[in-house]
Ligand binder design. Structure first.
Ligand SMILES: [Ca+2]
Ligand SMILES: [Ca+2]
Ligand SMILES: [Ca+2]
Ligand SMILES: [Ca+2]
Length: 135
């Protein structure tokens, strides 16, 4: 009787497991910006808006490669400086709006630019559509 009871519980548990939906796989979102890593255009930098001014698949938050060379370097710095020095106060170059306040080339963007310069390569992005500009 007791063995039959245990078997009954085992059957009931198996039936319950079959009827309940599997727990949803928890979406990976390592930068916690609400955008799943599998579709995030800056996987490790928070950018909820996913703004990508140049349309290469790397979001502005992780893309300071303004000349689309595949790396962030002196030519990109020169473009940033041109923007910051010649386009008024506040300077507003959409492609250089890294922190997403709607104005590119400002002080906040300069801070992000320095970090992106150290990384050298734009991205990483899960949705790159240009293997050179967004490797
Ligand atoms: Ca992101
Ligand atoms: Ca981009
Ligand atoms: Ca570049
Ligand atoms: Ca900005």
């Amino acid at each position: 009787m007791r063995a039959r009871g245990i078997a009954g519980w085992a059957r009931a548990a198996a039936l319950l497991a079959a009827l309940l939906p599997a727990p949803a796989a928890r979406a990976a979102d390592q930068d916690a910006d609400g955008v799943d890593d599998s579709v995030d255009n800056c996987i490790d930098l928070a950018n909820a808006t996913q703004t990508d001014t140049d349309g290469d698949g790397c979001g502005n938050a992780c893309d300071a490669d303004y000349d689309q060379s595949g790396s962030v370097g002196a030519p990109d710095w020169n473009e940033f400086r041109f923007c910051a020095l010649t386009l008024g106060t506040p300077p507003c170059c959409p492609w250089a709006d890294h922190e997403g306040n709607g104005c590119g080339g400002d002080g906040g963007d300069l801070g992000v630019f320095r970090q992106l310069l150290q990384r050298r390569v734009p991205g990483p992005s899960a949705v790159s559509n240009d293997p050179v500009a967004c490797p």
